[in-house]
Design a protein around this ligand. Structure first.
Ligand code: ADP
Length: 267
């Protein structure tokens, strides 16, 4: 909501980014990074120019989930950091930025930092990265509703949030927390993803809902969020992530139902 001229100054590397989407979850391990990365690649497959910023400073997962040939972060003449490109998407993560190397905090390194400094470093790596001309920058937020979220929402223009959860009752409380946090920052939550919602037997096709049916109706009714997606537990999703190749880039028939969910999301 700041004026466009001050934005260019403060946002540096983000000045040509059209839309910033924050993917967030209250807890770790629910699949936030998986959703962020696959959403980014689905947008890219629709011919958008896309970047991914892995904002999780202590548990970066992007280096595991993609496998660029060159993993050395370089600087341009203006001392801006150049993202690593993998399969057409520009990627930046603390996992690529080693302590003492380009981009790490000059005084502290990454290991021992107090909260406000962590927040500042997360903001700096984002804005000192030369993202260039992007249609979408997907930010894989750290888990929780921390100061980092507030600072990023205050300092850069985030157009939309995607909240990721698993479909238990306890997680629904988290969804509400997430939506409300973004609400207070005037960032609309446009989609909720209930991840690991069901298991489909690969022999008989029987569907099991390990965490219950989920909260799609409540999310639609209470918050008016029309886009609620359910993603099943599929071993292919995690095996592809583990070998550095997001599942939506897989062309096999087994990944088709997963690709369909992400395609819907991206559109
Ligand atoms: P978070 O970012 O919320 O911490 P991740 O995206 O890292 O979670 O996911 C945690 C683990 O679960 C990873 O190993 C990932 O590959 C796996 N995973 C996530 N979603 C699914 C799914 N729908 N089916 C199978 N494995 C999944």
């Amino acid at each position: 909501s700041s004026s466009s001229s001050s934005r260019v100054g403060r946002d540096r590397g983000l000045s040509q980014v059209k839309h910033v989407i924050a993917v967030s979850s209250c807890k770790g391990g629910v699949g936030k990074s998986t959703i962020a990365v696959n959403l980014a690649y689905s947008l890219s497959k629709l011919n958008h120019r896309v970047g991914i910023y892995d904002a999780d400073i202590f548990g970066p997962s992007l280096p595991t989930m993609i496998s660029p040939k060159d993993t050395i972060i370089r600087k341009d003449q203006q001392n801006m950091l150049l993202p690593l490109r993998y399969e057409g998407v520009d990627c930046m993560s603390f996992g690529f930025v080693k302590t003492g190397a380009a981009g790490s905090h000059p005084h502290t390194g990454l290991a021992a930092m107090r909260g406000p400094m962590v927040t500042q470093v997360v903001h700096e790596l984002l804005t000192f990265t030369k993202w260039g001309d992007l249609d979408y920058l997907v930010i894989d937020m750290p888990p929780g509703t921390s100061d980092i979220h507030l600072t990023l929402c205050q300092n850069i223009q985030i157009q939309a949030a995607v909240v990721v959860t698993t479909p238990q009752k306890l997680s629904f409380v988290d969804v509400i927390k997430g939506i409300q946090m973004f609400d207070t920052m005037n960032v609309p939550t446009i989609a909720v993803v209930e991840n690991m919602s069901k298991i489909i037997c690969n022999k008989c096709g029987e569907e099991t809902y390990p965490f219950g049916p989920g909260y799609r109706q409540s999310i639609v009714q209470q918050f008016g969020i029309q886009q609620v997606y359910q993603l099943p537990i599929v071993p292919l999703i995690s095996s592809r992530s583990d070998c550095g190749d997001p599942v939506v880039l897989d062309q096999s028939p087994q990944s088709q139902p997963i690709r369909d969910v992400f395609d819907l999301m991206a559109k």
